[in-house]
Design a protein around this ligand. Structure first.
Ligand code: NAD
Length: 295
């Protein structure tokens, strides 16, 4: 991470219509957040079931707002109506900004990004929510890479305030400003970073996880580490619990990317606690067991 670039507000084009490709955990959350902050959004997937799950999740979140007295049923209907579900690309033609949030596979993402570019206007900005794939590498799929950058949200999207905006070596200032503007419209705080393994957050987080894993390998009890970090040091949760929330499979993949990017600093050994849990298919909360058991 070289610098946190300054936002050039005057270059930003306001986002009137957005689109999200992929209606999974992240795509569904991004569509909800956009709609709730008054930016109508197209939500495209290849799987009708995924779209229905995305809409159900949005309904549940809105229902909670009604129960807390923060939303009326009329407003809930309005928000849901501003999420346009679709299985084809035609609906994205009017989008000012597109967030690609399909599976974390560089080949699939490259195909999706090229398809998106064919369907949007010459002014539209295209972004990827990838956690680990190089933005420079993804931009090779596009004819106009200057209109492309990373837009990395965190899970759960409606609660996590940060968005990393990741510039490739050719992303234009106008693109960056527009994406920062859209993140702000969504009620998020954007930081602008250069492309590198781990972007910003994982470069901070994974050395912390590595320190934690080294302590465990040295014989420390991870439940004690969690208690100290949470109850005494005052963080919302300790590293073992956080890894279970993130998902051990997701963390393991990011750890590999960091190890490849920074082999001298971030090498992983077979004694590593994340590696051991991954090998045992204990992926954390999503599978019912990780560092802790969830039943
Ligand atoms: P997910 O598996 O929940 O959802 C992916 C969705 O993409 C699925 O609904 C799938 O049907 C759809 N899809 C696959 N191929 C498609 C295509 N060609 N066109 C349209 N839709 C397609 O995955 P997720 O956890 O939401 O992750 C999505 C992206 O967000 C990944 O790049 C991931 O690295 C990133 N991300 C994930 C998290 C997280 O905590 N889950 C956090 C930040 C970023």
């Amino acid at each position: 991470v070289k610098s946190l670039a300054k936002r050039n507000v005057s270059l930003a084009r306001p986002t009137g219509n957005a689109a999200v490709i992929g209606a999974g955990i992240m795509g569904g959350g991004i569509a909800y957040q956009s709609a709730v902050k008054h930016v109508p959004v197209v939500m495209k997937d290849i799987n009708a079931n995924a779209i229905q799950l995305g809409l159900n999740e949005a309904s549940k979140l809105l229902q909670k707002q009604i129960e807390r007295g923060r939303l009326t049923p009329e407003k809930m209907a309005q928000v849901l109506n501003s999420i346009q579900p679709t299985l084809n690309y035609d609906a994205i033609e009017m989008s000012d900004i597109v967030v690609e949030a399909v599976v974390e596979n560089p080949k699939v993402k490259a195909l999706v990004l090229a398809d998106v570019e064919k369907h949007v206007s010459d002014n539209a900005v295209i972004t990827s929510n990838t956690s680990t794939i190089s933005i420079n590498q993804l931009s090779l799929a596009l004819k106009h890479p200057e209109r492309f950058c990373g837009m990395h949200f965190f899970n759960p999207v409606h609660r996590m305030p940060l968005v990393e905006v990741i510039k490739s070596s050719v992303t234009s200032d106008e693109t960056v400003a527009t994406v920062v503007g859209y993140a702000t419209q969504m009620g998020k705080t954007a930081i602008v970073v250069n492309d590198c393994p781990g972007f910003f957050v994982n470069r901070v987080l994974f050395p912390y996880f590595a320190g934690f894993c080294q302590l465990v390998a040295d014989g420390a009890d991870y439940t004690v580490i969690d208690k100290v970090m949470e109850k005494v040091f005052g963080w919302p949760m300790g590293p073992a619990y956080l890894l279970d929330v993130v998902g051990i499979d997701t963390a393991h993949h990011a750890q590999q990317v960091m190890a490849e990017g920074f082999p001298e600093r971030m090498a992983v050994t077979y004694q590593d606690a994340i590696h051991k849990l991954f090998t045992a298919s204990c992926f954390g909360q999503k599978t019912g067991s990780g560092f802790y058991s969830y039943s």
